[in-house]
Design a protein around this ligand. Sequence first.
Ligand code: NAD
Length: 480
Amino acid sequence: MWFETDKCFIGGQWVPPLSGKTLTLENPSDGSNICAIARGGAADIDAGVSAARGALSGVWGKMSAVERGRVLTKIGQKVLQRADELAELEAMDVGKPLTQAKADALALGRYMEFYGGACDKIHGESIPYLNGYTVYTLREPHGVTGHIVPWNYPMQIIGRSVGAALAMGNAAVLKPAEEACLTALAFADIAHEAGLPAGALNVVPGLGVEAGAALSTHADVNHLSFTGSVGVGTLVQAAAANNIVPVTLELGGKSPQIVFDDADLEAALPFLVNAGVQNAGQTCSASSRILMQVGIYDRLLAMMVAKYEALKVGPADADLNVGPLISGRQKDIVTGFLGMVEGEASIVARGKIVSDAPVGGHYVAPALVAGVKASHALAQDEIFGPVQVVIRFETEDEAIAIANGTDYGLVAGIWTRDGARQMRLAKAIRSGQVFINNYGAGGGVELPFGGMGKSGHGREKGFEALYGFSVLKTVAAFHG
Ligand code: NAD
């Protein structure tokens, strides 16, 4: 690999973790060891935060918005040029099929272009006030931002979180997941090569309980962005409260797609299935609940069954529909949920694991489960695997109640040709994003994203992220 996999990237240099300890990265497609990575700890996080603080008073902090924009755009271009190499790393590290990994690399490049272009387009405003005053607002960086990201979409999450933070002039410390951190390190190398000044981005791989906890509790971090589970999000929010710093939480989901009798079923079908099995269902915005109205229930279920039975599961480099899960632990969690299918519920279709899939890989054949009660754990809890539950409903009100009947509220899809119903549901559904006659909108770099309820708070992506990664200052000048 072209970067130093067993080191941290701090202050523009590759440095070994101060403890000298490493962790092993596993290839989920076959269970083999990829390489050693740094087991960063509190001392390395401290060094990363110091380097970021130094960058704010150095070259990075003195750059104009236009200059920052040029650097970010150049990073984006270099990411796009190296998208194939990045995709290969991500496929090996996360287990996602190559085509999906390539889409993530392209999205990272696009995020950097988007936020590069936005740097000099976000500004404060002047406010009419008392006679003799001129009042205006300034948008300033928070300072040092801490970014804790999971393993499922490292490149996309780095793009939307670190990209927006840098655009506003913050200096970032990134703690990638211990299960998958190669593209975070590769990104730091590319950004440095593109001219990002030393210390503006620091990467410290390591365990959540060590490096992650050290970053979230660090007294000199001014903003935290966490993407991951509700449990760890709760700890990060408590740490942020302790230091009185703002925090963005991007947590889990149990996102519904609601299909009414008048929907275009052929158009809906690929979205219904892909949104459940993409990245082996390990997607925060996975659509894990499919609500079907009685009139189309039998027909649409048969269509989904056929689609499921054609799904092929295998290693990332075979580039099939579905890859392995990230780890043996994740596989155990998902098979545990499938063990709960009983009574009126049944698995009505499964994808197929190819016969030559390596035995050491963490494969689970996608499962479509019907007859599940909306209150059952299968329909309430985030499974984070290729499992979708189908729930039948009769009326619009019932569909809304089921859709809103979990602790989460991340994404929802509505399939109907009735324009008035589209508008009613878009308002009634408690969710950070609502898609009408589509789902997921192709990555949606430009579209603000975030949760309600236990899906989290704060928004990333689009322009909205730039408000979150900056702080507003009001200046009131009296001149008589
Ligand atoms: P996780 O919470 O276990 O880990 C996420 C990150 O937090 C990792 O980098 C990990 O090392 C770190 N971490 C773990 N313990 C920590 C601690 N005590 N203090 C600080 N950091 C710590 O989550 P996961 O299992 O890796 O990821 C899956 C979860 O992430 C799912 O719930 C999924 O829905 C969610 N997710 C949400 C989004 C979103 O945008 N809403 C996107 C991707 C994933």
